[in-house]
Design a protein around this ligand. Structure first.
Ligand code: NAP
Length: 304
């Protein structure tokens, strides 16, 4: 059974290349004919893993193709996911399985509402990849991906082993919303500060007071949204991530540095929206959000 990859960028391309070389049928979906033509002119997707460069001539199409889709990997940014899925929604067979790789929280719900007859599987990934140029992907770090379905947490898809055999490390989680909230909380405590202080993750150790104030509020938010079990030890978890990724540049800082739109609405923005919905006043997070918005505006970047 074929996989379709919607969003053949960094992470989507990394998945697609590994599926292809494992002999699993896979097709890329580009947003329009221009992008498809550019891809064909490039001769395929190139992937660098360590010092190894490979070119994979994966078949590709546009959303307007009419063949049915049974398994779809949505690998666009969170702000593009809903429109991208809408463009292929009529091709999804009833019961199609749709894996959502988007970071943060909020985009998944919008996609689920768009395609009520499909089964949406949410992902939280620690894999790392970036695009050196169009259709040219670099694997930046090994990691793994948790997959889960809040509507059917015990229904493990039959293709999970196939992914692991294709060198895509995945694990089923019966608590995927908890995984996504934990990642979101850690991201809110780290990424915006790296942008405002223009620093690598490790340099945040100099801002321990700010981090403590943020993690206290994020802990209260986790309680409010029903994931209070994740609140104790949040500060230690944030500090451990800072140490483990000390030399890394956060994805948000990379986006700002390259003049790209950030996923702020689905991270800090979503956290504050949920806080408001639960009547929580989170002063340190609100101030951080205001400073980040000012910073993005100063750099001429979208604030949503
Ligand atoms: P990316 O490199 O920017 O790739 C996104 C791709 O989606 C681009 O190729 C883009 O095409 C394509 N796209 C946008 N709109 C589309 C549409 N309507 N139809 C088809 N394709 C469309 O992004 P990424 O880094 O892979 O990130 C994807 C998601 O994974 C994000 O939510 C990110 O936070 C998450 N994530 C990424 C990593 C990582 O290491 N990269 C790790 C963990 C999680 P164009 O180039 O034509 O715009």
């Amino acid at each position: 059974m074929s996989w379709h990859i919607l969003g053949a960028g960094s992470l989507g391309g990394l998945w697609a290349a590994r599926l292809f070389r494992a002999g699993i049928p896979v097709r890329l979906i580009f947003k329009d004919r221009l992008r498809l033509a550019q891809y064909r002119a490039a001769g395929g997707l190139s992937l660098r893993e360590g010092k190894q460069d490979s070119l994979y001539p994966l078949p590709a199409e546009t959303p307007q193709e009419t063949s049915p889709i049974r398994r779809l990997l949505v690998a666009c940014k969170a702000y593009d996911a809903e429109d991208a899925v809408a463009a292929v929604a009529s091709r999804l067979i009833p019961g199609a399985e749709v894996v959502l790789l988007q970071n943060g929280i909020g985009s998944q719900e919008r996609v689920v509402e768009r395609i009520p007859r499909a089964r949406c599987i949410l992902a939280s990934s620690t894999e790392g990849a970036f695009r050196e140029s169009d259709f040219s992907i670099v694997q930046a770090g090994k990691g793994h991906t948790w997959l889960g379905d809040p509507a059917h947490p015990d229904h493990v898809p039959e293709w999970l082993d196939e992914l692991n055999e294709a060198d895509i490390p995945v694990q089923w989680s019966i608590e995927i919303m908890g995984q996504l909230w934990r990642k979101l909380a850690i991201n809110c405590a780290i990424n915006p500060l790296t942008v405002l202080h223009k620093c690598r993750n490790g340099e945040l150790n100099a801002y321990a007071g700010e981090i403590k104030a943020l993690t206290l509020e994020l802990g209260a938010l986790l309680e409010a949204v029903g994931h209070g079990n994740l609140a104790p030890g949040l500060q230690e978890a944030v500090l451990a991530v800072i140490d483990a990724t000390a030399d890394n540049t956060s994805s948000m800082l990379q986006d700002v540095t390259h003049g790209r739109r950030t996923e702020i609405s689905f991270l800090l923005g979503h956290a504050l929206q949920e806080a408001q919905r639960h009547g929580l006043k989170l002063g340190a997070l609100e101030q951080l959000h205001r400073h980040l918005i000012d910073h993005l505006e100063t750099h001429g970047l979208p604030v949503d």
